[in-house]
Ligand binder design. Structure first.
Ligand SMILES: [Mg+2]
Length: 272
């Protein structure tokens, strides 16, 4: 049995507060050794993910900006990638809208709602809001498809949601921010496309694992065989009702590591 793992970053594989994945190193090393594809599936930008993959020592496909686009490295596993368009060293499948269109929408909304999007903020303001160091906050601002934002008043979200329902944009909720994203994208839609690519290349005998912690991860968790939920930093779980749902015991990278090591133990036992 082959596995493919889709994983959220913030609050799941990365700690909520310090964005570290160091405590997940043991599981990451085993995943690498077993040659299990690990597809980072995040609201982060392409450059943020490229740097994290480099730090992890991985060359794997990834899904950025809440399903805005799916990137397969050129020559990945020696596959002849017929999917997607060639952009630099990737085959790219794009689901999201251009960032300029999302920003134009935000600008139209700002007279009515006190929305503060990343495009309205300086790099230093993003660093202050997120707790990211300045150089990483700069990469978080390099959006291609989606706009993370905070509403001036939490009560505005309902009105905003009603309003966007008439447009080509919808709202996704992550751990720290809301995100304006295109109606034709979410993590689940991108995961579904990625599953098709993996099945074509490694066959139907593959089990898909998905790991996340927040509302925007639910479409991804709904489309995998083994959905795994990581608790929030306060120990509370997002409300998710799915058959086979596995709950991690701890938040962040430590929770990710422990649940994954347990699952890898089972996988290795069964294949021995
Ligand atoms: Mg998250």
């Amino acid at each position: 049995m082959r596995w493919v793992i889709f994983s959220d970053l913030d609050g799941s594989l990365l700690n909520y507060d310090d964005y570290s994945f160091e405590q997940a190193r043991p599981a990451l090393e085993r995943i690498k050794k077993l040659e299990i594809p690990l597809v980072l599936t995040t609201s982060k930008t392409r450059t943020e993910v490229e740097i994290i993959l480099g730090e992890m020592g991985l060359e794997e496909p990834f899904i950025i900006e809440n399903g805005g686009a799916l990137f397969f490295p050129a020559g990945y596993r020696g596959w002849d990638m017929a999917d997607g368009i060639k952009v630099k060293s990737y085959a790219v499948i794009q689901l999201g809208m251009p960032y300029a269109e999302i920003r134009a929408f935000v600008k139209r909304m700002t007279p009515r709602f006190k929305i503060r999007g990343f495009g309205d903020c300086s790099v230093q303001e993003i660093a202050d809001m997120t707790g990211l160091p300045y150089d990483k906050a700069r990469l978080a601002k390099e959006r291609e498809f989606t706009e993370p934002f905070l509403p001036g008043d939490e009560k505005d979200i309902e009105d905003l949601t009603n309003l966007v329902s008439k447009s080509k944009i919808k709202i996704a909720r992550g751990g720290m921010f809301y995100h304006f994203i295109g109606v034709h994208q979410d993590k689940g839609k991108a995961v579904e496309i990625a599953k098709g690519v993996f099945r074509r290349h490694i066959g139907n005998e593959v089990r898909f694992v998905g790991i996340g912690d927040s509302t925007n991860d639910i479409p991804m968790l709904e489309r995998v065989d083994i959905p795994v939920l990581i608790p929030h930093a306060d120990g509370q779980f997002e409300h998710v009702d799915l058959p086979n749902l596995v709950r991690a015991g701890l938040p962040g990278s430590k929770g990710w590591n422990d649940i994954m090591e347990g699952m890898l133990d089972d996988l290795e036992k069964r294949s021995n």
